[in-house]
Design a protein around this ligand. Structure first.
Ligand code: PHE
Length: 513
């Protein structure tokens, strides 16, 4: 989930937040700026998920039908790597906002770049499509982490409306994600893929209109550059730039060597390697940094198993747009209550379930006083995700050659949503809590990286299992997920001790502030 954000980092210790306007309760008891960010992110997600709902179909449909004619394996791996790129680039978006342009301009520029990307996607042709997809990925990297962090800036640090504010924001995300598959899917069926993409372009244009029109409600949220580059920093920034470039080149060469040549697979592999290496490097840098205190160091270690669990969770969850869309297209009867449906429609099940089930989960966690502790909620999240695949494997085995009822996929998505609601909301909190003080700003990046790395694992798995039956594919991943959930369960007491210790340190620090 896209809540949390670097809002904590941008805000002075204990002081009022940048965008905080005293006594502003105009939007459901929340600051009016929340309405601005809610509508911006709602329309941005509308465009993102609408486009993603038909992306696999577009990539793999025949050229005669208006598609790009890729084979299923490459198409699915490409969709996964597109997701990887989006969240990997949010590291760049976070960095640019922190050090160069500030969150607000980052959202604005990101929005413009996304809209331009969708416009390119409305034009038929391989080159236009690839350029469009690249722009959407880059723009989303600029926009997504920063719009979340601005939500954090609307509230003073200890404002009790902060968490509910993020919950409302998350509803915005899911409202946009819920409506778009119907509209984009229907337009695509009637007028073709590029018409579908143009709906996404209109959605993104609306996001920009709401964002710019709502500037006046945002106070100063997102206007400052928290850690601007000084002349002294320039050599370090140049070194970082060179390092990133070297990483990209190394990953590309490695991918070319592994794949024995150049092609779309080279790109898929190179991005996968980068997405897996980046969080590993970040964790090692954090662990070894002299700016990290001795008390903080074990927390970095405690975060590692949570990171892996979260990566595996997103690895399964984000297959909605790739292998599960394939399953919808190839093996599912596309008729519900006598009405013929598009495979894209299934993408609405998760956001709908989030909207319906969030209040239930909020109620449960209040009743249990937020128990079980975070690590156990991660175990639950991963277990649900793995079970959804085990269920699909069994259903697929029972099917034989006949088509699956659409309710099978609906059930898969509902089970995954149960997992999402266990893992996602606490994930961000754990990320910010376990990150050492010197790395607060990068903690959010780490959270997005767990999603990016998860989808990289997906892309690699899809390529490595070409020709494997659905039962073996989903069953195998489900089984690995369950085994990892068991390992995390064994580690959970140890992780929990470290989080408690972090809690105490936080308490001591804020009492002293
Ligand atoms: N539905 C969530 C969103 O779009 C999925 C997500 C989770 C994305 C975590 C990024 C990180 O915000």
């Amino acid at each position: 989930m896209g809540t949390g954000g670097r809002g904590d980092a941008g805000e002075g210790e204990g002081g009022p937040a940048a965008g905080h306007v005293e006594g502003d309760h105009a939007f459901l008891g929340h600051p009016r700026g929340l309405f601005t960010l809610f509508t911006t992110e709602m329309w941005e997600r509308f465009s993102y998920y609408g486009m993603r709902a038909i992306l696999l179909l577009y990539l793999t449909d025949t050229v005669a039908n208006g598609g790009l004619g890729l084979d299923r394996t490459t198409g699915s791996a490409f969709v996964a790597i597109y997701g990887t790129s989006v969240y990997l680039l949010s590291v760049v978006g976070g960095w640019l906002a922190d050090r160069v342009v500030g969150a607000r301009r980052s959202v604005l520029y990101g929005g413009i770049v996304i809209a331009a990307g969708h416009v390119l996607l409305t034009v038929p042709g391989f080159g236009f499509s690839m350029a469009g997809i690249g722009l959407v990925a880059f723009g989303t990297g600029l926009l997504k982490p920063n719009v979340s962090s601005m939500v954090g800036e609307l509230y003073a640090r200890h404002d009790p409306r902060r968490d509910p504010g993020f919950a409302i924001f998350y509803m915005g995300i899911n409202l946009g994600s819920f409506f778009s598959p119907f509209i984009v899917g229907s337009v695509q069926r009637a007028w073709g893929y590029h018409a579908g993409f143009s709906v996404a372009a209109v959605g993104m244009a609306l996001a920009l209109v709401f964002f710019v029109a709502g500037y006046r409600y945002l106070g100063t949220a997102g206007t400052d550059v928290p850690n601007p580059i000084t002349p002294d920093d320039r050599p370090a920034v140049a070194r970082l730039g060179a390092l990133v470039l070297a990483g990209v080149v190394a990953a590309t060469v490695l991918a070319a060597l592994v794949g024995k040549g150049w092609g779309i697979e080279t790109f898929i592999d190179a991005v996968s390697y980068l997405a897996l290496a980046t969080p590993a490097v970040l964790l090692v840098v954090m662990y070894r940094s002299p700016r990290v205190t001795a008390a903080e160091r074990p927390r970095v270690l405690a975060y590692a198993p949570l990171f892996v669990a979260s990566m595996l969770f997103w690895m399964i969850f984000e297959q909605a747009a790739s292998t599960l869309t394939e399953f919808a297209d190839d093996r599912t009867s596309l008729e519900l209550f006598g009405i013929s449906i598009s495979p894209a429609f299934f993408q609405a099940v998760n956001p709908a379930s989030v909207i319906l089930l969030s209040p239930v989960f909020a109620w449960i966690w209040t009743r249990t006083h937020d128990r079980p502790p975070t690590a156990y909620k991660f175990v639950l999240g991963l277990t649900f995700a793995a079970l959804s695949f085990v269920f699909l494997a069994l259903a697929s085995a029972a099917l034989g050659d006949s088509l699956a009822s659409p309710w099978i996929l609906v059930t898969v998505y509902v089970i995954q949503t149960l997992g999402e609601l266990c893992l996602s909301p606490v994930g961000i909190a754990a990320t910010t809590l376990l990150a050492p003080r010197a790395f607060r700003g990068q903690a959010m990046a780490l959270w997005f990286l767990s999603n990016a790395a998860g989808q990289a694992v997906t892309a690699q798995t899809i390529e490595a299992t070409e020709g494997v039956s659905d039962t073996a594919y989903f069953g195998g991943i489900g089984a690995v997920g369950l085994v990892c959930a068991c390992i995390l369960l064994l580690l959970a007491p140890w992780v929990t001790r470290h989080i408690r210790r972090a809690d105490e340190l936080e308490g001591a620090a804020s009492a002293g502030a």
